[in-house]
Write a protein of this length. Sequence first.
Length: 615
Amino acid sequence: MSGICGWAGSAREDPRAQAALEAMRVPLRDRDGAALEPLAAPGCALGGMTGVHAVALARSDALLAAVEGQLRWRSPELASLAATQGAAAAVAEAYRRKGEACLQEMAGPFAAAVIDSRSGDGFLAIDRLGTRTMCFARMRNAFVFGSTAASVVAHPDADRTLDRQAIFNYLYCHVIPSPRTIYDSVRKLQPGECVSFRDGRVESRLYWQLPYRDDEPASAAALEARFRELLEQAARHAIDGEAAIGSFLSGGTDSSTVAAMLTRVRREPARTYSIGFAWEGFDEMGYARITARHINARTREYYVTPQDIADAIPIIANAYDEPFGNDSAAPTYFCAKMAREDGIKVLLAGDGGDEVFGGNVRYAKQKLFEAYGAIPPAVRRGLIEPIALGVPGTERIAALRKLASYIRQASIPLPDRLESYNFLHRTPLAQVFEPDFLTAVDVGEPLAMSREIYGRTSSSAPVNRMMHLDLKITLADNDLRKVSRMCEVAGLEARYPLLDEDLVDFSGSIPARLKVKGLKLRYFFKRALRDVLPGETIAKTKHGFGMPFGLWLRSHAPLAEIVHGSLDAFQRRGILRPAYIADLRQQHDTVHATYFGIMIWVIALLECWLGARRL
């Protein structure tokens, strides 16, 4: 991978500074990485590792600056400065002129740091969508930061105590949502967040969130024309002169759109890479082939095997700086590896389209539940609910049993209702966790976080509010980490055309009723691209990128040995009750392998991550 690290504000010269900076750079080094010449001043230091992402350091008078990523400038003057003196020099100059307001001039995926060596102040920021990462900690009198949590805790003064709340949040969310990290002392920036260190105090704020405009007066035709213009611009930004470029192609709407745009902008067949699973109900290779034929792509395919997944588990456990439980990381890695073997240096991914244009199945499903609230209360409470919930024996009548279930779910407000099927809501927590662990955590924190994000959305439409929540939790904390890191491990860079800031900002002007029209997902998106995408892609239902892990776990002995060995080890850690793990295994073996396999994977990967670090 690549990244930046350093510290600001130390009150004294530290004779260990050079060794400390080198230690912090080690976790940022991948096979193709190279260390940049560090920058230092009394009490301050800044270092970086190049790799699949561009990294630049610069000193401008008293300012030390670093930037990672594909940073673009809205100001022509700053863009010119970046072209002649480098991206970090432009960051330093922008910060000198405008302070934190310089972020309004910055676009594209980036992570940036500025240190004022005179005052010992520090400033960090990441891009609006959280494509890049940055972590930080307060140590003694210094502000220590790095692109990963592993880099931060490599500092000799770091507190490496694991955060039990983060472990609970991981088991709840299957990732550790920002701002927490796996380490109690370390925090990571949220999408569109900046952090400053001044006079010994750390302050953070969100400098951006998607501005939804519920009452946009533009016609649908005008919106479609502008959308297509911005989509092509986004593809040009993502390509940015790169010759060795390809595209993921899963067969879904987003990856098909990105591959089509790559073909259009390059004016030559796109090089696409597709992953399949030889198991009925999990394979979308047929749809990927339809798109490939439609755009005349130069395509490659690979079918993932259960042995591949067994081989990928230690790769995943070692790759991430904290536990990561999205099982589609494994097929993503093999897809990226196939592209790298072809000499590809950049892979375009379609991530973000669902969360920006209304493509997740739950958006339509929740509209059905929200419809119940539109029924007059007198009818609900005086007629429907007494019949469905109050009459003895209704549980024996299928239609009334379904109605009662619908009413119970509809009575839970958003966003809480989105977690109705969470594994940790299926069983009383006292039966899931060991008592000492449970008393040490706030079991309501993940839901409180969701409520806060859902509630601060600048829209009254539930669809927009759910998408705003998903931009943070589903996209930035999960899917972008999955794709970016697995591509880095494979030796190439992932870019996300559908997350171009101008395109995302434009999406806020599309009325919610056009994003999800009735129960039709991605209505506006698909209508605007009806002459670009194959008809089968327009018509297909949402599938996703899941793999048959739970089924393979039943049948492939080497995979089962790794996973069940990890479960055996984890049940001795005093976090989950052994009886709960035993029940998961039994339910997986006899009831529903795919569903219960999800939680088994999450637990196994947590143990593999801890075990790889001898924790």
